[in-house]
Every structure is written in structure tokens, then in C-alpha cells.
Design a binder for this molecule. Structure first.
Ligand SMILES: NC(=O)c1ccc[n+]([C@@H]2O[C@H](COP(=O)([O-])OP(=O)(O)OC[C@H]3O[C@@H](n4cnc5c(N)ncnc54)[C@H](OP(=O)(O)O)[C@@H]3O)[C@@H](O)[C@H]2O)c1
Length: 253
């Protein structure tokens, strides 16, 4: 992992950070001596992560949050955004639990996935941006997906649409917040070896998909997190409004 000095004693807020890519982000930022603020719906996993980070000498504060509920996201932003020197906000909330062809998709499933992948990022961006505009610094990274750009096999329409919206939000917010010194970028991971993705796709499919891409293997969550940390660092100071593909070439084959 690259060593950055810009995160030392700065606050980094992570939504959906108790597992997968968000959890890897929490470890990497803690290594860089940031104060982590973690919002996640899963209390058990979050408490475990807090213990692990504290055992390694890191600093982390957990705020139980359902990111699809605007009042809970507002409370998280008040705690993480008002009390400290906020440097980065990472939006990892998202995902889907299985593939349903469009003709069988219910209104309820559509709403649930759209709310988790899209509304959560809107609520959080709105609340944190209000606060960051005063301090005139900081940046956001929104986690999109390769599914925003292509009809990825066995990937449902609501998820792909929500991720395309996340990339639009990234551009609009980058334009709105740039004059306040705030950068907004996205990372679009290819299929990544998180427990959730393995559960949804199956190990055999994950192995096969890994072999089929130019790099020859799918990313670990930490490899995606490294790109996220870079985009929030001083080294990326002139990068805003972009979506960085991190997919080992999965999109080009
Ligand atoms: N893994 C991939 O292949 C892949 C590829 C492209 C993009 N992405 C994107 O990367 C992001 C992270 O994916 P991941 O696979 O690392 O996720 P993950 O391992 O499923 O972790 C997501 C975390 O968010 C929590 N969460 C779920 N619903 C929430 C809510 N309403 N409010 C707050 N927290 C909530 C989950 O808790 P529970 O465990 O209790 O649900 C979990 O702790 C997502 O946006 C996903 O779409 C992933």
C-alpha cells in the first residue's frame, strides 16, 4: 500500500463499510492514521471490525445506520461531519442479492435495490456536502460498478440502472461542489472477490470469470480499496468528476 501523509488525524467517513470493499477501505485508511467513521446496518460485523482496527492501534467510531433512511444518514453526517476534520467520504453501500430477469422483477425488488444503491448516496452526498462546503475541502468517492457500462451477465436491471445513476450523480456533484474545493469521483469495480459476490455468483463462476479477463484473476476487495484511497489523496488533487474503472480489463473483453 502506498504511504500517504494527507490522511493523518483526518476523518474519513465510510458508508457500508463493515464488509467487503468498505471494510478494506477502513483498514487502509486506519493504516494511514485517519479517524474512521463507519456507517453500516450490520451491527455485529461493524463491532467486529471496530475491535480489529482498535487492536491494531487504529481509531474508529461506529454509528449504526440504515443508509436508505434519510434521517439516519443525516445523524451519521452530523456525527462524522461536524466533530472533526473531515477529509473523505466513501460511499460503498450497494449490491444485489441475486439475478431476476426484468420481466419477473417486482416493484418491491426494484425499489429496494434502487434505494440501497442510489438513494443512499444521494442522501449522504446532500448531508455531507452541506458541511464540507463550509470547510472548503474534502472529497467523495462513490462506488459504482462495471454493470453501469455494460450488460454484465446475470446482473439485474435495477442494479445496473442505479449504478449508472451513481455515475451521473458523480459528475453533477463534481460540477456543483468543485467551486467549494470539494472533489467527487467514482470507482467502478469489476466483479470483486467479496463474500457477498461469491455468495451471489458462486465460486465456480467467479473462478471462470477471473480466468477470462486480461489480468487472469478478479480483484480482491483491497485492490479496489487502494484505488479509492488514491482518489481521495493529495496525489489526485486535479482529478474530479471521473469514474475510474478498476476491473483487470473485464470491460474490454
Ligand atoms: N463485489 C463486487 O463484485 C462488486 C462489483 C462492482 C461493484 N460493487 C459495489 O461495491 C460496493 C461494495 O460491495 P461489496 O461486495 O464490498 O459489499 P458487501 O460485502 O455486501 O458489504 C456491504 C456492507 O453494507 C451493509 N449494508 C447493506 N445494506 C445497508 C444499508 N441499508 N445501510 C447501511 N449499510 C448496509 C452490508 O451489511 P449486510 O452484510 O448486513 O447486508 C455490508 O456490511 C457496492 O456498492 C457494490 O455494488 C461490488
Amino acid at each position: 500500500m502506498a504511504h500517504y501523509t494527507c490522511f493523518r488525524n483526518k476523518a474519513v467517513a465510510i458508508l457500508g463499510g463493515a464488509e467487503g470493499i468498505g471494510k478494506s477501505c477502513a483498514f487502509l485508511y486506519a493504516q494511514q492514521q485517519a479517524d474512521i467513521y463507519l456507517a453500516d446496518i450490520n451491527e455485529e460485523k461493524s463491532m467486529k471490525l471496530c475491535r480489529e482496527i482498535k487492536e491494531r492501534g487504529g481509531r474508529i467510531t461506529y454509528v449504526k445506520t440504515d443508509a436508505t433512511k434519510p434521517e439516519q444518514v443525516r445523524r451519521f453526517a452530523e456525527i462524522a461531519g461536524d466533530s472533526t476534520d473531515l477529509y473523505a467520504v466513501i460511499h460503498c453501500t450497494g449490491g444485489f442479492t441475486g439475478y431476476t430477469p426484468t420481466i419477473h422483477l417486482t416493484d418491491e425488488e426494484w425499489d429496494k435495490v434502487i434505494r440501497l444503491n442510489m438513494h443512499s448516496i444521494f442522501y449522504s452526498s446532500r448531508e455531507f456536502a452541506k458541511r464540507m462546503m463550509y470547510s472548503r475541502k474534502g472529497s467523495f468517492v462513490n462506488v459504482s460498478s462495471i454493470a453501469a457500462r455494460t450488460a454484465l451477465k446475470n446482473t439485474p436491471i435495477h442494479y445496473s440502472c442505479a449504478k449508472a445513476a451513481v455515475e451521473s450523480m458523480t459528475k453533477v456533484l463534481a460540477a456543483e461542489l468543485g467551486p467549494y474545493g470539494i472533489r467527487v469521483n467514482a470507482v467502478a469495480p469489476g466483479t470483486t472477490k467479496t463474500d457477498r459476490a461469491i455468495a451471489v455468483r458462486g465460486e465456480e463462476v467467479m473462478d471462470l470469470w477471473g480466468k477470462e479477463i486480461p489480468r487472469g484473476t478478479l480483484a480482491s476487495p483491497e485492490e479496489i480499496a487502494q484505488a479509492i484511497v488514491f482518489l481521495t489523496s493529495e496525489e489526485a488533487i486535479h482529478i474530479t468528476g471521473v469514474c475510474l474503472d478498476v476491473n483487470g480489463g473485464q470491460l474490454i473483453v
